[in-house]
Every structure is written in C-alpha cells, then in structure tokens.
Design a protein around this ligand. Structure first.
Ligand code: 4NP
Length: 154
C-alpha cells in the first residue's frame, strides 16, 4: 500500500489542501492509500489550517477543520513511501533532514503532472484569497495525476 506525505513550510496552507484534495481523489478512485501532511517549520505545530485554506476547501466540498499542523519527523522517511514537497525550498529542507535509512521517494508535487515537472505550488500565505484558489487548482490537478500514477503501479 502506498503511504503519501505532503509537505510545505507551515502545514497550515498548501499541504493540508493537498492532503484534502488527494483524499477525495483516492476515495473517488476506490484506492487504499495512507495520507498525511507535515511542515518543515515548527511555528504552527498543533494549529488548525489557515482560515483561508479552510474556506477554499469548504467551497470545493471538503472539510479540513479537523487537521492539525505537525512538523516533518525523521521517522516519516521510512513510514511513508512518497514524500511530496510543494516548492523547491521545501524540497531542499526535506532532503537536508533525510536520514541515512530513508526509503521514501522525495520529489516536487507538480512533478506528477505531465508538463509541469519542476514547478512549485506557490506559497499563498502572504497573499489573498485568489492565491488560495490557485493553490487548490494546483493541488487538485496534482492529486488527480498522482492517483493516475498510483493506479499504474506507483
Ligand atoms: P504553508 O504556508 O507552508 O503552505 O502552510 C505558510 C504558512 C505559514 C508561513 C509561511 C507559509 N509562515 O511564515 O508562518
């Protein structure tokens, strides 16, 4: 079974939305996949998602109010089969934290989307609602592509 971890900086905007969008696609596809999210930073540990993320998820039919931020842990590198970074800074920080016995595949989330390899899911935190709508569009597109990928053997 695939075990997927989505990682951003704070774990209150992008990765909870990626987690929510992917959970929905997994359910629609009838797959059995373990899903979680985390942040590379520690500022928001224990906090619920940003209200703007809650709003955009709710507008798209997904409730994320129950999620709580946590920080990426060393054990995640063996507990998960895939770790997806939202942007290049996250990717660098994840790679820097990777222990020697890591088994997870680490990559950018948008690498899953044909034609968008190497692109980042932009940080919406210091922006407005439009930024969050764009985040939702990006993570939804990636979630569909990731399900397609997993259905073909991961
Ligand atoms: P996220 O967004 O990484 O998508 O959860 C951010 C959340 C908090 C901060 C930056 C980005 N911050 O600077 O506190």
């Amino acid at each position: 079974m695939s075990r997927i971890l989505f990682v951003c900086l704070g774990n209150i905007c992008r990765s909870p939305l990626a987690e929510a969008a992917f959970r929905r696609e997994v359910e629609l596809a009838g797959l059995e996949v373990e899903v979680d999210s985390a942040g590379t930073g520690d500022w928001h540990i224990g906090k619920p998602p940003d209200p703007r993320a809650v709003d955009v998820a709710a507008k798209n039919g997904v409730a994320i109010t129950n999620l709580r931020a946590r920080q990426l842990a060393e054990t995640d590198f063996t507990a998960f089969t895939h770790i997806f970074a939202m942007d290049h800074e996250n990717l660098e920080n994840i790679r820097a934290a990777m222990p020697g016995d890591a088994t997870a595949q680490v990559s950018l989330l948008l690498d899953m989307v044909p034609g968008r390899e190497g692109e980042a899911v932009a940080d919406p935190y210091f922006g407005d609602d439009e930024g969050f709508a764009l985040t939702w569009a990006d993570v939804s597109e990636a979630a569909k592509a990731l399900v397609w990928h997993l259905q073909r053997g991961g």
